[in-house]
Design a protein around this ligand. Structure first.
Ligand code: ZN
Length: 258
């Protein structure tokens, strides 16, 4: 699944269509795409994993989900979910979710929660985290209301870099650790963006998909589905400290409602 930094790259790649008029709109989504024809692209924006196309009187929200993809000025063999034609090229999306957003985007989105946004507010994130002390660290980093744009790669790398065990309880983290978690979520996301542009993202992974801890030289634990979010985790039992007793929380919260 593309994480926030990859959507920032998509936004940059389509910049040539800003200010252009939609001349053709089609695709196999259930939306009435005919209303898009004749509208002008006011801006391309993103909120976490949401790619947003702001038009004259409606916006499009595109979520690439697990296996979505896009092509610019070329097509895949499969039918597009959404295809937009402009005088200077075309934009095609596949296997994604497409929705209309009526009204101003500023009313629909809390930009301060987006780890890639200029409006990112680390103090607001800290406040929201403090209000949820029973949350597991691994779930916090996947919660889009806390860290919009953060995905499983960012989760594994941030927890390793801050030496926090994924099953730690947010409410048991010392204040400095909680701040480190919040700050590293943003710092690593921008490192991710730079490395993704350079094509060196994987080469910089320290924990995600790795088998050995580079600090301790002992095997990482590989958990197939950790926390309520039930996503793959790679972590070191020795140098990533577990704060609080989350076993009790696991008993309180059956995995079925994840
Ligand atoms: Zn280690």
């Amino acid at each position: 699944m593309p994480e926030g930094p990859s959507i920032v790259i998509l936004r940059e790649e389509v910049a040539a269509f800003t200010g252009k008029t939609v001349e053709r709109a089609e695709g196999n989504s259930k939306l009435d795409t005919s209303r898009l024809v004749g509208q002008t692209v006011r801006s391309f924006r993103s909120w976490g994993k949401h790619f947003l196309i702001e038009l004259d009187d409606v916006s499009l929200r595109i979520h690439l989900l697990l296996f979505g993809s896009y092509r610019i000025n070329e097509r895949k063999e499969s039918a597009p979910r959404l295809s937009l034609g402009f005088a200077n090229g075309e934009l095609n999306f596949y296997g994604c979710s497409v929705q209309f957003i009526e009204g101003p985007l500023d009313e629909a989105y809390d930009w301060s929660a987006d780890v890639m946004s200029d409006a990112w507010d680390s103090r607001a994130a800290l406040k929201k985290l403090r209000a949820r002390p029973r949350l597991l660290a691994c779930d916090a980093l996947l919660d889009q209301t806390l860290f919009s744009g953060s995905g499983n790669i960012i989760k594994n790398e941030v927890l390793f870099r801050t030496r926090i065990h994924p099953l730690s309880l947010v409410g048991e983290l010392p204040a400095t650790k909680l701040r480190a978690l919040v700050n590293e979520a943003r710092t690593y996301s921008f490192d991710f963006l730079q490395w993704k542009r350079e094509g060196t993202l994987k080469a910089h992974w320290l924990a995600h998909t790795k088998t050995t801890c580079p600090r301790c030289k002992i095997p990482f634990v590989k958990a197939k589905s950790l926390g309520r979010s039930q996503r793959r985790s790679f972590y070191c039992e020795r140098c990533q400290k577990r704060y609080g007793d989350s076993d009790q929380v696991a008993a309180e919260q059956p995995a079925t409602d994840a």
